[in-house]
Design a protein around this ligand. Sequence first.
Ligand SMILES: Nc1ncnc2c1ncn2[C@@H]1O[C@H](COP(=O)(O)OP(=O)(O)OP(=O)(O)O)[C@@H](O)[C@H]1O
Length: 217
Amino acid sequence: MIKIEDLDLVTREKLLYNGNAELKRGFIYGLSARNGSGKTTLLRTIAGIRSETKGSIYYISNHEIYSLPELKRKLFYYESSEWFDPNLTGFDYLTFIQREWSNKNACIDDVVDYWEMNQYIKIPIKTYSLGMKQRVLLGLYEVSGAEYWLMDEPTIGLDTNSIEKFEKLLAREKGKNKAILFSSHQDDRIYKVCDYIYELGNGSLVMREASQKGENR
Ligand SMILES: Nc1ncnc2c1ncn2[C@@H]1O[C@H](COP(=O)(O)OP(=O)(O)OP(=O)(O)O)[C@@H](O)[C@H]1O
């Protein structure tokens, strides 16, 4: 599992004091907060692409403790479709991530079929709509094969059909013992797929069972 202890999050303002959290494999976690509360900042910090001066984030496996850099390739975070180079194709990204994450089990064709991307996956991303890019982004998580998925507003730009596919994907990956933490806007109905929800706000990070508010039913 990933464990977060006594973490402060500071940007222009202090977003979190002494935050504690755990991400266990086989569970889906939502991250809920008002705009500007620090969801993206927290995800970036867990992913290790920004650091904090106070607090620790580490990974425990078989009673051994590992630091975040050692977690490399076990975790996948691709924040936004804005990160894509518009001159490359979706297929370029899928093959690159599969290779870099050394996931020989991933079948890119299956991912392309699942997200109905056959018509466009080999043309440049600059021709894609937001929903088309977002489906590529979700496909990257699958081809990475990573155990821990951190996702920032994964349903952005998706139509109803794709949101249903996303829900099915989460259920499937949970069954494969993945740990998934994703953010969305507050009270989004997508939280119904979660086991637990972390609520970030007013400097604290509080976990509750998703069923407490009617989700996950
Ligand atoms: N690099 C930075 N430098 C200065 N301030 C930053 C930086 N990154 C984020 N912030 C500030 O930190 C706060 C939290 O930003 P963040 O993007 O994490 O919020 P969020 O909860 O993801 O927001 P949203 O729901 O709108 O996506 C905001 O006030 C933002 O302006």
